[in-house]
Ligand binder design. Structure first.
Ligand SMILES: NC(=O)c1ccc[n+]([C@@H]2O[C@H](COP(=O)([O-])OP(=O)(O)OC[C@H]3O[C@@H](n4cnc5c(N)ncnc54)[C@H](O)[C@@H]3O)[C@@H](O)[C@H]2O)c1
Ligand SMILES: O=C(O)CC[C@@H](O)C(=O)O
Length: 397
């Protein structure tokens, strides 16, 4: 019997997801040496030495900024995520965030917590004190959504249903996302247009170089007086010092975020939650199940679905002998791979090759057993980053 696949868990992964790893074929845990794959949520992998045994990383969530994707790409290792699997959970928290800010609920709860429960004047104090927490309604206000991906589209839709006007900005919106947006959502042409026009601005974009400090001291001043900024994406998308300054000047009414920090904590007007966006039973299960199934399909069959650094490549198994090759997207790779197979007198039964940016990926099914020397020959081709032999039953190489 083949050795089990070894899966290193860097975070708590929902039990429903782990059930997708059949016990007979998988060993999963927090203390696994020489893992074949890693399952992670928000643990920071940048400082970690990732063993060379790792053939795939699965992120049970959306953002992959905690993973050294570039390094893994150079090793031919796909990084899978779970697009949309936690989007509804984030959407609901964003709506809660708008209500927390609009109705001054955080301050009001603090006021109540400070009341003496045995005070006979409690009722009077409540009635006298409540005017300080009077707020405003969401209906009729304008929400600006920056990033119309899985989360942004759901937030836009929910806001329309709450009677808000919605302005959306996403220079790379997908056709599917655009189809799913309610017709009432107005298109903005820039972040500054959103900042100038919205009462609430919510950010639903990845943290990458281009989005780091997207909201900063140069543009935050153009927001409407008393506007609310919501950040359930990543702390680094805003310049926190600029946000705190804008709160002090009363330019911003509230900053609602999922990322407590030394800069924002305890600043008046900040409502910081402990990265709760995806923390619902449903989202945790959805993410873990989706990414674990993708990992299993890759480890056992080489199929790639929802990797952030690889093209989607799937091929039904028609032969028991499959070779999976990750290679640089340069000319003549398929030619050289085919030549290596022909020299080993292997007949190609089926083959698929796709590329995405600098990465290309090839699945080849052949009609007979592949000797280790053939895998070695393919590995030696310049530009090949990783190669695996995936017989249907047997050792994984
Ligand atoms: N708080 C949480 O627990 C939590 C949960 C899920 C996601 N997130 C964060 O939210 C982000 C978005 O999640 P998602 O599932 O919607 O991702 P997604 O990939 O579906 O959508 C991201 C969208 O942002 C757009 N975009 C990229 N750069 C942009 C820019 N400069 N201006 C406007 N739009 C831009 C993309 O075109 C894409 O449509 C994730 O990357 C992650 O960092 C946080
Ligand atoms: O795993 C989590 O709890 C957070 C996930 C979230 O930040 C994401 O990017 O999907």
């Amino acid at each position: 019997m083949a050795d089990p696949y070894r899966i290193l868990l860097l975070n708590q992964i929902s039990a429903s997801g782990l059930k997708c790893l059949p016990e007979a074929r998988y060993l999963a845990g927090k203390e696994i040496n020489e893992p074949d794959a890693i399952l992670v949520r928000s643990a920071d992998m940048h400082a970690m030495t990732i063993p060379t045994s790792v053939r795939a990383v699965g992120r049970a969530g959306a953002g992959t900024n905690n993973i050294p994707v570039k390094l893994l790409s150079s090793r031919g290792v796909p990084v899978f995520n779970a697009p949309g699997a936690n989007a509804n959970a984030v959407k609901e928290l964003v709506i809660a965030g708008m209500l927390l800010a609009a109705r001054n609920l955080s301050e009001a709860l603090h006021f109540v917590a400070m009341l003496d429960p045995f005070d006979t004047e409690m009722e009077k104090k409540v009635e006298d004190g409540k005017r300080l927490y009077s707020g405003f309604e969401l209906a009729g206000k304008t929400l600006g959504v920056v990033g119309l991906g899985k989360v942004g589209c759901l937030v836009a839709d929910a806001a329309i249903k709450l009677g808000m006007h919605v302005l959306g900005f996403d220079p790379e919106i997908t056709v599917d996302a655009a189809w799913n947006l309610p017709a009432q959502v107005k298109k903005a042409n820039s972040v500054s247009e959103v900042l100038r026009q919205a009462n609430f601005v919510t950010l639903h974009i990845p943290l990458i170089e281009a989005t780091s400090h997207l909201i900063n001291s140069d543009n935050i001043g153009s927001m409407k007086q008393g506007a609310v900024l919501l950040n359930f994406s990543r702390a680094g998308i805003v310049d926190e010092a600029a946000v705190v300054a804008a709160l002090k000047e009363k330019r911003l009414g509230h900053y609602v975020c999922d990322f407590p920090s030394a800069v924002v904590n305890r600043s008046t007007g900040v409502i910081a939650l402990p990265h709760l966006g995806a923390s619902t039973r449903e989202a945790e299960e959805n993410c873990a199940v989706m990414v674990t199934n993708q990992l299993v399909d890759f480890l056992e069959h080489g199929n790639v679905i929802n990797a952030v650094n690889f093209p989607n490549v799937s091929m039904p198994r028609e032969s028991s002998d499959r070779i999976a090759i990750a290679n640089a997207n340069v000319p003549n790779m398929v030619g050289q791979i085919s030549t290596a197979l022909a020299e080993a007198k292997l007949n190609i039964h089926n083959m698929v090759n796709k590329s995405r940016g600098e990465m290309a990926y090839t699945l080849v099914d052949v009609d007979s057993t592949v000797k280790p020397s053939v895998i070695d020959a393919i590995r030696k081709i310049e530009g090949v980053l990783d190669v695996r032999y995936l017989p249907l039953e047997g050792m994984h190489g």
